[in-house]
Ligand binder design. Sequence first.
Ligand SMILES: [Zn+2]
Length: 323
Amino acid sequence: MQVADGVHQFKVPMRHNPLGYTYSYLLRDSMTLIDAGIPSWDAFSALDRQLSELGTRVKDLERVVITHMHNDHVGLIDYLREHADFKTLAHRIAEERQLEQIRVYKDIYRNTSEELQLMGGGSFQQFLNRFEHAFKEDPKPLRLDKLLEDDDTLDLVGASLKVIWTPGHAAEHICLHDAKRRILFSGDHILPKITSHISLHTWEKRDPLSDYIKSLDKVKDLPVDLILPGHESNFTNLPARVAQLKQHHQARLDEVRAALRGRKSTVFEVAGIIHWDSRPWILMDFWTKRMAATETYAHLTYLRNKGEITETNEDGILQYNLA
Ligand SMILES: [Zn+2]
């Protein structure tokens, strides 16, 4: 679907994912793709078909600009590479993060098990044990041909894109601003309905929620008429959506503060008390609980860094208290 002059939006299907699609965008004049899709032949043929409707093919691609390194955006690149010789561009941090990921994955079962204990989820260890043999995949890094910095300008044929580094959902996340067309390619930084997953693992030393809130402010006042996201649907009122997202995280922080009132708690205990949009904690399966716990951990880390709560390690379990 053409969404602006020379800009096409492709629906790249993701089976077994409630989001349904990843959007990949083609800047036709420069044969530049923004994001790709999940690694599957289904996704490949959907992308190839939509390219061919425009009289072009995968082999004609010149470059892929990556908003962030999650599998639903970059996984398909390996498939595309079998048919085309294009350049990949991503934020500089993406390279560091790939190396970090490989290091963590070398011992992913032990790291995950340790994290479960630290977060107070030790009683779920039996669920993890069942998957011990599933933790064998060895991630191979994606070849990145050009590393981008915040505020870089990509001067392409028919388009000029400003790189806006927006860490939070992913440390390497970027949005791309086409000032002439008054468009923002928002990746998963800002989606129209769901809130992006902001999470932290115990082996990471970051404050993704603090990053995310700053990254929301960074894009909020951009002069744009249309926001083209990585999922869901295109939308228009950026300041209103940013305000909603900030309010959502403030409300969740309030819930975390309330959960800690009068008692010390673990990450899992706090996660079990706060409200989740998808479904109640009690109905979540183990993996969803784990995602909720990493999101809770990001909120706890934010409050700890602000000095509002304290974190102590008691016999290998992190305990939180209001300061
Ligand atoms: Zn995504």
